[in-house]
Ligand binder design. Structure first.
Ligand SMILES: [Zn+2]
Length: 380
């Protein structure tokens, strides 16, 4: 039977089928494949798009809608609707659907990163439960909108010009959220900064970059954290942005008389549990949970262990500043490559039992790094 005939048989069934599609792209493909489906869609486009939007975006749809509706046709910020208004007016246009699909892709990329670093170190795709995912996504959409309104963020990147930061409206914006919601925002903001920190260490603008990165919004942060591009330049990160978002949050904590989230390390905020939280180091048997490393996440070691160049200096193997190192050894010292190299040449006595996939804590990794450094350096 031809696909179009299926859709032609019953208008109500076709309507329900279209509304149950999981994404905007599947809806578009179906409409292109069937004229009957297209006719049914055309009779109730906003209604069907709204239902598909929920299937695609999930429970954080009001926050996502609020973000995309805060832009005009030229993608410049305009009057911002409330989340409640977005719930009441959930009828969605094709243009909004396209923007929703775009912002959702960035949010999902950040969720994968968050899950890998803070929920489950064994998987690079999100292992968050549906509740944890909703909390995470809601917080990122809110941070994104905050960056649009008071920072330099746009839907695709960040603006050239920087705007003066206005404290009062920013305070009013965040004050509308409950303390629980603000804790989730603070937790996610700290994660976003850390994600960038591990990608840009040792760069010239390190301090300024990390402290100001929230000004640029999630698209820039995802790009920077994935090391796919250079960081936004200094012009985007004026010193006036230090403490962007976090200072405003701090002011609210004082007003509400509650402790900042970092006081209790964010335990219980956003995540209900951490996979492998009780896992032990294969070498020293200490319970280290997320702070365990094997080839799956060796690329994250730079955030926990000093660069190999620094270790070379500590052992007196080099005297020059890291920046003066000649190109060949410098190109060899990313942690995944270095760990691979020392595993290949591992000490047959002290590291006889070391298996490549063993999870090791940072202390044991550092020990292995130092023990093998002279021999590795001699080969360079
Ligand atoms: Zn250990």
């Amino acid at each position: 039977m031809h696909a179009e005939d299926c859709f032609a048989c019953n208008l109500d069934v076709t309507d329900r089928l279209l509304a149950s599609l999981p994404s905007f792209s599947s809806l578009r493909s179906t409409l292109l494949a069937s004229k009957s489906a297209y006719n049914v869609f055309n009779a109730r486009p906003l209604h069907i798009l709204s239902e598909v939007a929920y299937n695609h975006i999930g429970p954080a749809l009001p926050q996502a809608l609020r973000l995309v509706r805060s832009y005009d046709a030229q993608k410049r910020p305009k009057v911002v609707p409330s989340e409640e208004e977005c719930v009441e007016n959930s009828r969605i246009t094709w243009e909004e659907a396209q923007l929703l699909a775009h912002v959702n892709k960035i949010i999902c990329g950040l969720e994968d990163l968050f899950s890998f670093r803070e929920k489950d170190r064994t998987s690079r795709t999100s292992q968050l439960t549906s509740q944890e995912s909703t909390r995470f996504q809601r917080a990122v959409y809110r941070i994104w909108l905050f960056s649009v309104l008071y920072g330099n963020a746009r839907l695709t990147g960040c603006e050239q010009e920087s705007h003066n930061f206005v404290q009062e409206p920013a305070l009013a914006f965040l004050s509308a959220f409950s303390t629980t919601e603000l804790r989730e925002i603070e937790r996610v903001a700290r994660f976003l900064k850390r994600a960038v920190a591990s990608a840009v260490e040792n760069t010239e603008n390190y301090e300024l970059t990390i402290d100001s990165i929230l000004t640029c919004g999630p698209p820039c942060i995802l790009t920077a954290a994935a090391r796919k591009a250079h960081m936004p330049d200094k012009a985007h990160l004026s010193s006036g942005r230090r403490g962007f978002l976090t200072d405003t949050l701090h002011q609210i904590w004082v007003e509400r008389g509650v402790r900042p989230t970092w006081h209790f390390a964010g335990a219980g905020v956003l995540l209900d549990s951490v996979n492998g939280a009780k896992d032990r180091c294969a070498r020293c048997n200490a319970v280290k949970g997320l702070s365990l490393f094997n080839p799956t996440n060796w690329d994250l070691l730079g955030a926990y262990v000093a660069p190999v160049e620094t270790k070379l200096q500590q052992l007196g193997l080099i005297e020059t500043e890291p920046s003066e190192l000649p190109p060949p050894p410098r190109a060899l010292v990313s942690y995944p490559e270095y760990m691979d190299a020392i595993y290949g040449m591992r000490d047959r006595d002290a590291y006889k039992s070391w298996q490549r996939d063993d999870w090791m804590c940072t202390r044991c990794v550092e020990e292995a790094v130092m023990v093998h450094l002279p021999a590795w350096w001699a080969q360079q």
